[in-house]
Design a protein around this ligand. Structure first.
Ligand code: ZN
Length: 326
């Protein structure tokens, strides 16, 4: 069979077996693997075992690695005999956010349902779109390759963790400890979304986040501005100056070395950014940005394409909250 035939056969098989695949997705969604709630630790372990079983069924060598928190599932498949192509690492997570507040749900969050929506049926359950649906999309594609496509088509490492929703505190040490085992040419992360229900998306960059709390210490007690103002450093003045220097009026971050190692947005991405303008997104904040007066609030808005580019591809700085400590 040619590779095109194998692909066609695999896709047809995925279509024919969609009902069964949905059943497996629903089984996965029924496990309340809430990493933030200790009462659900056993459910997280159950979800890890469930994922492991799927991988074992497709011939993966698998391990469940305990961590200080929820376990990491690791699977490896060497691909076809004599495979000389790239090694691909797939990442996803089996944990979900807590379902509270429950009264805002119209169905049981852990009893998945197909619900009629304005654009056809959709799956409603906690974790359906983050990240169990995406993980199952990948695993079910692999299943189709395994069953009719002549086997898993590449060397794959599958890493499914269980603490993404609590900031993955044990993932970094795990990655460092298993550096050699995890060596890969590509990392494929499917913990992302689609542009809208009609437009699939390949996410090529994510901005990440780094955050810190800044405390400015000054006098031990309140100082009257009439007696000390202009002489004693006012901490709010100092803080305002520090925060004001984080970015210039165009939004470019001024921290030395901040952009080192960050790939610039390519011309092709800029061009595709212009096409974003023609794509509708149901967000009043973005759709309002049509270079009308409201757009002044959006930095760099000399056209929606550029504003969207900033939203999706360019680093930003945000200052949240302000408190007072004695
Ligand atoms: Zn996620």
């Amino acid at each position: 069979m040619s590779s095109a035939d194998r692909l066609a056969t695999t896709l047809a098989h995925a279509d024919v077996t969609m009902e069964d695949a949905r059943g497996r997705l629903f089984d996965f969604l029924r496990i309340p693997s809430i990493s933030a709630q200790p009462a659900h630790a056993a459910d997280c372990q159950r979800a890890a075992g469930w994922v492991r079983d799927r991988l074992v069924a497709m011939g993966f060598a698998t391990e469940i690695h305990p961590t200080k928190g929820q376990p990491v599932v690791l699977g490896r498949h060497e691909g076809p005999a004599g495979y000389a192509g790239p090694t691909i690492l797939f990442y996803g997570h089996y944990d979900v956010q807590p379902a509270d507040p429950l009264e805002l749900w119209t169905t049981d969050p852990f009893d998945p349902q197909m619900i009629d929506g304005p654009r056809g049926k959709r799956v409603v359950a906690r974790g359906a779109v983050d990240d169990k649906g995406q993980v199952m999309m990948f695993l079910e594609a692999l299943r189709a390759w395994h069953e009719v496509g002549g086997g898993i088509p590449a060397r794959l490492i599958v890493l499914i963790e269980g603490e993404e929703e609590v900031s993955s505190p044990n993932l970094d040490p795990f990655l460092v400890a298993h550096r050699d085992q995890l060596a890969a040419d590509f990392a494929l992360i499917s913990d992302t979304g689609m542009w809208n229900i009609d437009t699939p998306a390949l996410t090529t960059r994510l901005r990440g986040i780094t955050y810190m709390q800044v405390t400015v210490k000054a006098a031990k007690r309140d100082l009257h501005s009439g007696l000390f103002g202009g002489s004693a450093l006012n901490p709010i003045n100092a803080l305002a100056r520090i925060l004001g220097e984080l970015a210039d009026s165009e939004g470019h971050i001024q921290l030395p070395g901040f952009y080192d190692g960050i790939l610039p947005v390519s011309n092709a991405q800029v061009a595709s950014g212009k096409r974003w303008t023609s794509m509708r997104r149901r967000s009043s904040a973005i759709s309002a940005c049509r270079c009308r007066p409201v757009s002044a609030a959006i930095l760099g808005c000399s056209g929606c394409g550029r504003a969207r580019q900033r939203i999706f591809a360019v680093s930003g700085v945000a200052i949240r909250g302000q408190g007072r400590r004695r």
